[in-house]
Design a binder for this molecule. Structure first.
Ligand code: UDP
Length: 455
């Protein structure tokens, strides 16, 4: 046993993340779980700006800066992907060679599936490769079908029926499917995730077996995949790792202590509003949401990133200061885990969806783009842990609708049903990551397989 432990501790895994918050978070958390199993783990992040780190004793975090040749560092531009690929290709072999020279050769590169070309580098260096998908299996199955030509763009029928998935109305498909003109490069990156789907040594998904059982069974008919999520710090779920309060690597700095404010509020009385790290609401939508929050007469904590602040109606913050707190960024998990929070208005990014579900917070889905509409479908109709806010003929969620949804969750009959389902899914998520749970077992299997392969 001791010998085996020694072999495990010498097995070095390099985790390479895509430089966006929604990608860094699950990968860093997965890295910590691998380290908890005894592996030596380094997280490598290619970044365009500063990374605010909370030191983690279990893994090493290394950064390499690169400068995208675009007028901004927004990662949806084609040149961003190209510059990232150039930078990784130029730096990764040297980085790996240095690990060998330092006596700690890399056995496996776990890379974000959006960077599928990392596998070519791994193969050239004789290192094993594992692709980590940061979106749901359901969403990835849709991209898989598109890539295989089994679903054609533009989707002309009002709804589609795909194996392992519920019937999806067109608007419930990922936005890139119907909005191909604006982001053609993104769609090609999403397809490329499957370019080496059968060859790569391991495939990981940030989900858990029972959450996406049917989609997973379908994907497992293509090849073996491992569900290892939800990748949420242990203080909140599973309790395996000690002192693991936050993901630990933020692209934005949390500049406000909202926990003190939450402490003064009653259980379940606060609506938490967050649209993640990238979604940008139109000014009109921002105004409707703002006045909807005010009309609901409920306490609210709203994350409005610095770049979005100018869209807030003038005087809104002053006018609602008795009921609301607007912050630029917060530790979202700490907020969601707070007993005062009774409802989460979310853009339905996959991490936020998993966080809301795993912490048992009923959600109001306001998807904006990319995979969020599909996640919203699952929140409202499959897991039934929230409602989807209806969009009017102008494409907006009106202030009246915001008010209605909040009341439905906080005081309405439907809220009770949703809270019951939320409690159920919270327990199931915990079971999956706890010792011996399905996701925990998948990680154990990977460690065993990797050690066998490397020795
Ligand atoms: N997040 C955070 N503080 C905030 C807002 C978001 O820590 O104020 C985190 C959130 O917990 C999640 C991530 O940022 O882990 C956002 O990822 P998601 O997939 O939900 O959305 P994206 O930013 O990719 O659109």
């Amino acid at each position: 046993m001791a010998d085996n432990q020694e072999i495990v501790s010498k097995t070095h895994v390099l985790v390479v993340s895509f430089p966006a918050q929604g990608h860094i978070n699950p990968l860093i958390q997965f890295a910590k779980r691998l380290a908890f199993k005894g592996l030596k783990v380094t997280l490598l992040v290619f970044i365009t700006n500063e990374l605010h780190q909370i030191p983690s004793s279990s893994i090493r975090v290394e950064t390499i800066s690169f400068t995208p040749q675009t007028d901004n560092s927004n990662c949806i531009h084609g040149s961003f992907f190209k510059n990232l690929q150039d930078s990784v290709s130029a730096n990764l072999p040297e980085f790996i060679a240095k690990q060998t020279k330092d006596g700690s050769p890399v056995s496996c590169i776990v890379y974000d599936s959006a960077m599928s070309w990392v596998l070519d580098i791994a193969r050239e260096l004789g290192v094993a490769g594992a692709s980590f998908f940061t979106q749901s299996i359901a969403v990835c199955a849709i991209y898989y079908h598109l890539n295989e030509g089994k679903l054609k763009i533009p989707v002309e029928q009002p709804s589609v029926s795909l194996p392992g998935l519920p019937e999806l109305d067109t608007y419930e498909l990922p936005s890139f499917v119907y909005n191909t003109k604006d982001y053609p490069q993104v769609l090609s990156v999403l397809y490329s995730q499957f370019s080496n789907f059968r060859e790569v040594d391991w495939i990981f998904f940030n989900t858990f077996n029972i959450l996406e059982e049917e989609a997973m069974n379908w994907m497992r008919s293509l090849r073996e995949i491992k569900a290892i999520g939800p990748t949420i710090p242990s203080v909140y779920i599973g309790k395996q790792l000690e002192d693991d309060k936050d993901y630990g690597c933020n692209l934005l700095k949390s500049n406000n202590d909202c926990i003190g404010w939450l402490n003064s509020k009653e259980t379940g009385s606060v609506v938490f509003v967050s649209f993640g790290s990238a979604a940008a609401l139109g000014e009109e939508q921002m105004t409707e949401l703002a006045w909807g929050l005010k009309r609901s007469n409920t306490y609210f904590l709203w994350v409005v990133r610095e770049t979005e602040e100018k869209k807030l109606p003038s005087n809104f913050v002053e006018e609602t200061s008795e009921k609301g707190l607007v912050v630029q960024w917060c530790l979202q998990l700490e907020v969601l885990a707070h007993k005062a929070v009774g409802c989460f208005i979310t853009h339905c990014g996959w991490n936020s969806t998993l966080e809301g579900l795993s912490l048992g917070v009923p959600m109001i889905a306001m998807p904006q783009w990319t995979d969020q509409s599909t996640n919203a479908k699952f929140i409202a109709d499959v897991w039934k842990v929230g409602v989807r806010a209806k969009v009017d003929e102008k494409g907006l969620v009106s202030k009246e609708e915001v008010e209605l949804c909040i009341k439905e969750i906080i005081v309405g009959e439907k809220g009770n049903e949703i809270r019951k389902n939320s409690d159920k899914w919270k327990k199931l998520a915990e079971e999956a990551v706890d010792t011996g749970g399905s996701s925990d077992k998948s990680i154990d299997e990977f460690v065993k397989e990797l050690v066998n392969k490397s020795s």
